[in-house]
Design a protein around this ligand. Structure first.
Ligand code: HMH
Length: 235
């Protein structure tokens, strides 16, 4: 049986028992950097962001988070159906529960910025990203693949907004709360819990599932870049 290049790669990981997610972050460092050090994020960090761009991101991300809720719920269902009795469900349930407060936060932030959430029209990049999420909710999508997407999605925001909070940043005071929402250490710890789940699943996974999960990891990063481009007003 002829193995694809990515499957050959995956075989190497299985034999070396390397921490697969860290090796992906290195292997795909350029797209990972595009997703986590995007000009939109850098404009928040250096305080040059204009309010129309921020308001556009706020409205679009509210729509995204509404679609993220059923996706996270589908990951929880997949975790519950996993044979081994693991604490994954507690961690994923915690993430799902936090989305309730997140949606409240979006509504409060939107009224602060006078953004009418009910009249936001989802842009193409957002629609594409949300339909990608929906595609991962199908029952035939394996838990390992779905939880890889969940980890990647959360990690991009954590890495992006924690960068905005680092020493030397000049974030406008009115954006500090937004940066802290995803950039705080507690969320960083949560993302590491998710990363541990992903690595544990990948260690047990078949070669083709590992390759599929890696492709989903890359696709999440690509959608995140398009989402930031959209927020910055680039088509
Ligand atoms: C587009 C996008 N990616 C990731 C997150 C993190 O939940 C979010 N809120 N929005």
């Amino acid at each position: 049986m002829e193995l694809e290049a990515s499957e050959v790669e995956a075989e190497k990981f299985k034999s070396k028992k390397t921490n697969i997610t860290d090796s992906w972050m290195k292997k795909h460092s350029s797209i990972y950097k595009e997703a986590t050090r995007h000009p939109f994020i850098l404009s928040i960090r250096d305080g040059t962001i204009d309010s129309p761009s921020f308001k556009k991101w706020l409205g679009q991300d509210y729509i995204y988070v509404r679609a993220f809720v059923p996706f996270v719920a589908s990951v929880l269902v997949k975790a519950c159906n996993e044979l081994d009795d693991s604490s994954d469900t507690d961690i994923i349930l915690g993430g799902l529960a936090s989305l309730n407060d997140e949606i409240t936060w979006f509504k409060e932030e939107a009224s602060k910025w006078e953004v009418s959430l009910t009249s936001v029209v989802p842009q193409r990049a957002n629609l594409m990203y949300c339909s990608f999420l929906k595609s991962l909710m199908r029952s035939e999508i394996e838990y390992t693949v779905a939880v890889t997407a969940f980890w990647a999605i959360e990690t991009v925001y954590q890495d992006s907004f924690s960068h905005c909070l680092e020493d030397g940043s000049k974030i406008p005071e009115e954006l500090r709360e937004t940066c802290q929402r995803w950039g705080n250490n507690g969320f960083g710890q949560y993302c590491h819990f998710l990363q541990n789940i992903v690595d544990r699943c990948l260690e047990k996974a078949s070669i083709d599932i590992i390759a599929k999960a890696e492709r989903v990891f890359i696709t999440v990063l690509e959608h995140e870049v398009e989402f930031w481009n959209m927020s910055k007003g680039e088509i």
